[in-house]
Write a protein that binds this ligand. Structure first.
Ligand SMILES: [Zn+2]
Length: 447
């Protein structure tokens, strides 16, 4: 693979759009038949809806295939073939790796993969890394402890696959990771936005190291929406003096999207490997036009052990109006994944997406990177408490910061907040995914 080659797969990444659709339809028919023929779970679901493999002739027909919810996967696991249950499409002895979801929204879901599936994971990550400028000359540091979650395993192996040199920084603590980056002059890195920002803070405040003076040139973020939120992306890029790219993927789905080097304000869906559909959150109608948000229904077109066929991902996305200037023909989703259908909540009758608060907090000068939102009911009224941290150099500007924050929040979210401005480093820090948004109303109704 030549360093100068622009695309990882020059054929698939530049296919005319009608050819992509043809490929997707053909692959969908195959994976649907595979799931129908090899898994009791899928056959029962499709028989109940009266949809058989021979019925799929067009994209319109695909819309009649029932979606799979995470809760359905939870219900079958723990049963035979143990522990995956009957969505498994291959004999147990062909499964080579176990992983599970992080369980932030409930009991974790198990995910088996065969060796072939694992090679598919690596291949899909190779598209991502190549599009973000990773080349064989890169030295990639992964500041992440691998475990039962899929996070960064495939990124690691894909980096090796494209010829990079990989430094697994797993068991090191944050300071040791920074020193290792410095010592080995790593050029690229992968992590969650929360952790990558936290690393920069540790370097600056506890080690007197300016991370922007280190050798990191590009960072791939995943696991949270941050790298697609403009103010968070800016903080990440300024802190590290590096280009920061977003990627969204999931254990049950695969690595389905990536931001390219053009940074077009959105992410490509890897349409040669995935079929993404956007469903209206109220009516379920499939949205084709740009600019209308809905939740993503997604199919991994080549994954076999536990197929992902029309999975209701709950990721909220919208199609971009224009194709990307990088020449890839796959569609872009505007602004990346803008939230989770589960997280978007009504406060005082107004729809609130937690990412909108993040966008504001990170855009105000003088505030630290951390914040915390608590929604509660006081009497009959909803109340939103927002805690932020002020940086040491802005201690004398409390009033100014408070006014700007309140104005921007009102403008972007149409809501008023009960603000609490805290000292530096008083809010919780997170190692992987942050839990900054708490809705106590939900907890009360569940008690
Ligand atoms: Zn592009």
């Amino acid at each position: 693979m030549k360093e100068s080659q622009k695309y990882w797969n020059p054929v698939l990444e530049t296919l005319p759009i009608e050819k992509i659709r043809e490929l997707q339809l053909g692959k969908f028919k195959k994976i649907f038949k595979w799931a129908y023929d090899h898994s009791k779970f899928h056959r029962k679901l499709y028989d109940a809806a009266g949809v058989k493999p021979k019925d799929i002739r067009s994209f319109e027909d695909i819309r009649h295939v029932p979606t799979v919810e995470k809760s359905m996967m939870r219900d079958i696991q723990g049963k035979d073939p143990f522990p995956y249950g009957d969505a498994l499409c291959v004999p147990l002895e062909e499964v080579t790796i176990f992983r599970q979801t992080s369980g932030t929204t409930g009991q974790p879901v198990y995910q088996p993969d065969t060796w072939q599936d694992w090679e598919w994971w690596m291949e899909s990550w190779a598209y991502i890394l190549w599009a973000q400028g990773y080349r064989p000359s890169d030295r990639v540091f992964i500041p992440f402890g691998y475990n039962i979650f899929v996070a960064f395993w495939a990124g690691h192996y894909a980096a090796e696959k494209i010829g990079c040199e990989v430094i697994p920084g797993g068991v090191l603590d944050t300071k040791a990771r920074i020193l290792k980056i410095q010592e080995l002059r790593a050029t690229a890195m992968m992590g969650t936005p929360t952790y990558i920002l936290g690393m920069a803070e540790t370097a600056r405040m506890k080690m007197d190291v300016d991370p922007s003076k280190l050798t990191i040139e590009k960072i791939t973020c995943a696991g949270e929406c941050g790298a697609s939120i403009p103010s968070t992306k800016k903080r990440l890029q300024d802190a590290w003096g590096a280009k920061v790219y977003d990627h969204a993927g999931a254990t049950e789905i695969g690595a389905w999207s990536f931001e390219c080097q053009e940074q077009p304000g959105g992410m490509h869906v890897n349409e040669a490997l995935f079929l993404a559909e956007i469903a209206d959150m109220e009516t379920g109608e499939i949205i084709e036009e740009p600019g209308r948000r809905g939740k993503m229904i997604i199919t991994a077109l080549d994954r076999q052990a536990q197929p992902c066929v029309r999975f209701d991902s709950k990721d909220v996305i919208e199609w971009a109006a224009e194709p990307c200037s990088c020449g890839r023909t796959s569609r872009l989703i505007q602004g990346g994944v803008v939230g989770r259908a589960d997280d978007i909540t009504k406060v005082k009758g107004v729809l609130l997406a937690p990412s909108a608060i993040e966008e504001v907090v990170r855009s105000v000068d003088g505030l630290g990177d951390e914040y915390e939102v608590v929604v509660d009911k006081v009497g009959d009224a909803d109340q939103i408490k927002l805690r932020v941290e002020v940086l040491p150099e802005a201690q004398d500007q409390y009033q100014l910061i408070e006014t700007e924050l309140q104005d921007q929040l009102r403008l972007k979210t149409n809501l008023r907040y009960d603000l609490e401005i805290c000292g530096c480093e008083t809010l919780p820090r997170y190692e992987v995914k942050a839990k900054r948004f708490k809705d106590l109303r939900k907890q009360k109704s569940e008690d």
